[in-house]
Design a protein. Sequence first.
Length: 423
Amino acid sequence: MSHAAKKTAPPAPRLLTDISWNRRVLVVDDEKEIANSYSQVLGTKTPVTTAPRSSRSTAPATAVIATREHFEITVCYNAVEALTIVRQSIQNDKPFAMGFFDVRLGEGMDGIELVKEIHKLDPKMNAVFVTAYQDRNVDTIHQFLGTEMADRWDYLNKPFSEGEILQKARNTVAIWNLRLEKEIRDAQMEELHQKVCEGERLSSVAVVSRGVAHEFGNILMQITGQAELHRDDSPEKMQKALDSILSASDVAVNILSRFKAMGNPSQEKIKKEFIMANDPLDSALQFMEYQLRQTNTKTCRIKNEKVQVHACSTSLIQVFINITINAIHAMGDGGQIDYSISNIDNKWAEITIRDYGPGIPTNIIDRITEAFFTTKGTKGTGLGLAISKEIIEVEHGGELKIANNPHKGAEFILRLPIDNLEG
């Protein structure tokens, strides 16, 4: 393999386990001899001789030498000094993992009161209370420190052995470091999650960019159709066509706003207002006038109840145009599309759009709102119904259901939450 072909694996992200643990221990005891004894047990790396595992072993008796871990010990003899040291440790970004606190510290606050003050400075520090007296039991300490500190302290009676002190230090220091490791891992996972979400969002932007091209194609078709249909009409009819073209331009602006909002989530949401559900449908059919004439497609308004909704009119126009175009494509030249608007229990505005085409094959009916799923081959993008579903269900909190009519054709049933005129 040539030198140029060699690749170096990227370094793995460093966790706390890749570096040294925090083994800083604070000792607070007003009896100097006892306080200094902690250093003898914890402060040096001490060779420890251990016996063979079994006296029955036939192997030669060999001493096993182990090295006891080293703790960084800071010793002080009263509460005031302890608070000063803790403050300095925080300022120097070298916090203590844990501390041994004698309960009786002479004059001033006792060890339990001291730990409560320390936790105001450093709530992550663990504590082990040490006492030869029974005047402060664990229930009393728990009540004084509170439930929020219940997992930050332990209790040890005097006289204690070296082994008890050593094991308390090992366990309590390990807990502190493992908690920090978890925080680091959680932060890394959150960062990774944010990167994944950002990647998905950018992928969605790429997908929607194709949708924008699809939707703009529809809008440009309406603009061209209106211009061609009325170019030789009277000034009044030409004015009406120009109004339709301007309205179609508003729809195009809405499409761009939706795309821009996806590319930059901090942008404002699509603007909604109180409208009658029939208004965007009327506008959509006006935009589609040219295509409906060209394909000899008849439209019928089966029911037209007056229902108010809180919605984005241009978004709904976009939906109605998409579904109408799909219906025209399904029926071919000549056909009929029925439109109904109903008030369902004063809860929903239900808009039903039915065509008289061949219907939708049952094996694909559940997939036709999936992005890029199309039955039109290279002539379709598979995005029109996917975008419509998102507009109805995500943007407006409604429902879009698709079914085959029992007699003939397909039905698109849109439901939008009602805002009553009285309200």
